[in-house]
Each structure stands twice: as C-alpha cells, then as structure tokens.
Design a protein around this ligand. Structure first.
Ligand SMILES: [Zn+2]
Length: 233
C-alpha cells in the first residue's frame, strides 16, 4: 500500500512537471494577449488630433504639421502599385489601423502591434496599430543593411511602407509568424524597386539577413547610427 502511494505521488509529480510548460505557455500567451490588447489604444497624449486617411485608417498626431507629413508620405507610397495595393488591402480588411506619433519610436522609427491571437495567421486578421516617429526627416532616422553589404538609407516612406506591410498581413491574417521580418523586407524591396522609377539614383535593395559588422543594432535589427553621420564616414 505504502509503495503504491509513493508511485501515485511520483506519477502526480511527473504529471505536474509535464503540464508545467503548457501552463506557462498558456499564461505567457494570455498575458501577451492582454498586454497587446491594451497597447492597441494609443496613450492619451498621442490623441491630441485625429484624422481619417481612409475609412479604416485613423491617425493620431500631436499637431497639424505631423498630420500633413503623414498624409503626404502615405500619398507618396500610394503612387506605387505595391503601395496602392497595400493601403487598399489594409482598408478593406474589415479591421482598423491606427497610426500614431510617439517619441519613444525614435530608435526603432516604427513599431507595428496587434493582439497576439491565431487570427493573425488564420486569414481572419485583427485591428492593428503603428507607432511611428513622425518628427523624422524624409531621409529617415535609421539605416539598414543593404544587399550590397553596405548600410543603406531607410527613408521615412521606406520605413512607413515596411510597417504597413506588417500591418496588412496582421489585418488580413496572412502574417508569417516565423518569418515576419523576411516577409516585410521582401515587399519593402519591391517598393524600393518601384520607387526608384521616381528617382534618378540606382535602387538600393535591403538584405534580409545582413552582416552586423561594427554598427550597433537595436532590437528591430536597424542600425542606430543616424544616417547623416553615416554619410560623413
Ligand atoms: Zn519589421
């Protein structure tokens, strides 16, 4: 009987140990989900002025100047076929995109967030926000690794388009969870190619992987050296 009880305790313990990762995963998903849900709403200080760019694309800015800047960048993106399709796909997804200015987005320049749910990958989609640093110049506030092996510009519209790709896939449920950056960079390169039609310079394509070299990268895999400094080197 005693031996039997010991076996029962060992079995229960093993069962609990087996379940532990599942329980932890559940709590981690649950907490990410609720955190992400709260993050969908921009902070109050980011809601000074609100404008609709399209029926399902809402922007929150600090001042009218930022609104004009963002509208202009979105209009420039829309000049390209891929930009037009991306914005159309966002607007017709049945979900809402909120783009808002945040000083905290200076280093990353842009962050796209959504509730962490299976809808991001099962074709249903979710409402999404893009936190963007709207005080940047057109030349951008970051640089990225190019296919050439050198650091290349990450202009405001390349940066914004990149975030719009993340948003489009999350809002249509076509987000590649394990290759989210690759998915956005591949479409960003198509945009770079199309955009080069409007410029006289040769197109600089972005590397999906890239050698990190001596330049410091932030957690979004972008070099934190300002491009203006890089140009002088
Ligand atoms: Zn990205």
């Amino acid at each position: 009987m005693f031996k039997h009880n010991i076996l029962l305790i060992v079995a229960k313990r093993n069962c609990l140990l087996t379940l532990l990762p599942l329980v932890l995963t559940f709590f981690s998903l649950f907490s990410s989900y609720s955190l992400a849900n709260r993050a969908i709403e921009p902070p109050h200080n980011a809601k000074k002025e609100s404008y609709f760019y399209a029926p399902n694309i809402l922007i929150h800015v600090d001042n009218f100047g930022q609104a004009i800047k963002l509208f202009k960048w979105l209009d420039l993106i829309k000049l390209t076929n891929i930009g037009h399709q991306t914005l159309q796909s966002i607007d017709s997804s049945g979900h809402q995109l909120v783009i808002y200015h945040s000083d905290s987005a200076l280093l990353s320049a842009g962050v796209t967030g959504a509730p962490l749910s299976s809808n991001l990958t099962n074709g249903k989609g979710e409402s999404v926000y893009i936190k963007f640093y709207l005080n940047m110049e057109f030349a951008g506030s970051n640089c990225v690794m190019g296919k050439s092996g050198k650091y290349i510009k990450f202009s405001a519209i390349e940066n914004l388009f990149h975030e719009l790709v993340h948003a489009k896939h999350k809002m249509n449920g076509t987000w590649l969870y394990f290759d989210s950056e690759g998915q956005a960079i591949r479409e960003e390169n198509k945009f770079r190619k199309e955009w080069s039609i409007y410029r006289s310079t040769e197109v600089a394509l972005r590397s999906e992987y890239g050698d990190r070299g001596d330049v410091k990268f932030n957690r979004n895999n972008r070099c934190v050296t300002r491009f203006s400094q890089l140009e002088n080197n």
